[in-house]
Ligand binder design. Sequence first.
Ligand code: MG
Length: 364
Amino acid sequence: MKIAAIEWGRVSIPLRTPFKTALRTVDSVEDIIVKITADTGEEGFGEAPPTGVITGDTAEAICGALKHHLAPSLLGWDMDDFEGACRRVQTALVHNTSAKAAVDMALWDLYGKRYGMPVFRMLGGGKTHIVSDITVSVNPPEEMARDAKIAVERGFDCIKVKVGVNPALDVERLAAIRAAVPPETVLRIDANQAWTPKEAVRILNGMQEKGLEIELVEQPVKAHDLEGLKYVTERSFVPVLADEAVFGPEDALKILQTRAADLINIKLMKCGGITNALKIVTLAELFGVECMIGCMLEGPVAVNAAAHLACAKSVITKVDLDGPMLCASNPVHGGSRFEGKDIFMTEAPGLGVEKVDGVAYRTL
Ligand code: MG
């Protein structure tokens, strides 16, 4: 089985409501879909969301990486050397982790289809169902409390709350949400780098003293500030999860060795795909540190790939794969079934994606 064609095109999916974090406001998913066709006719699909404020990957950069580096280095490659294909993705150019993730997952999809096995089973997983949290955007406290209540009514029992815009309001935001949801609802928060280390400790311990029961906090301080992250981890009662601070396995190793965080957030778009995510998983297993599987604001092809990984690896204990649940429609045929908080796997080979509607593909 040889790689005969690599094509890509844009997909646009409207969101149910605008998505607001400390870094940005967005009202639709605008992703790049990658399709790799083998000479046997099978197709593998991948997806990359342009998330300039986090990965630095713009839509134009993703297409440029595909056109000038990734596609030329893979065309004609024999898929029987699957490991070599995955390595070529990572070495075709530096950075550009979202474009690499899209191609890497398309290769896994294709490889699974070649041997008739779902990717999560190829990786040894026996789980066929996972439960995701859902994100509540950062807004005035009353509005967030209302959004959290709506999420509970939709069946979610774990809510991820975005904070960090005007940090003076953050304790109030969480107090309003805690009062609006049932006591058993799990609340996790994401500051998206918005706090200083001292501010983070003050806010987190303030939340704890008020009995707000915060499960964990994501990326309280600037991505590059590992000392600040460690400062918060050592002084906060709320467990700290490194997100923007961990892109690839090298970053994960540094954080694990210095104990700068309690948990690690794996996202395919930060690490460059399933192949590199597996390296982070192995490191986390060695250090006995649990992981979250997360996503950008991304569509069902990419989130489906992340779900396969989550079903395969038990060190991934927290699931934040709400991208498809925030979308108002789903143009993808095949793949996992997203039903409210539940994600159900199928036994379809590879990643199970059959086609994506509304994509005008182009190629080299
Ligand atoms: Mg985050």
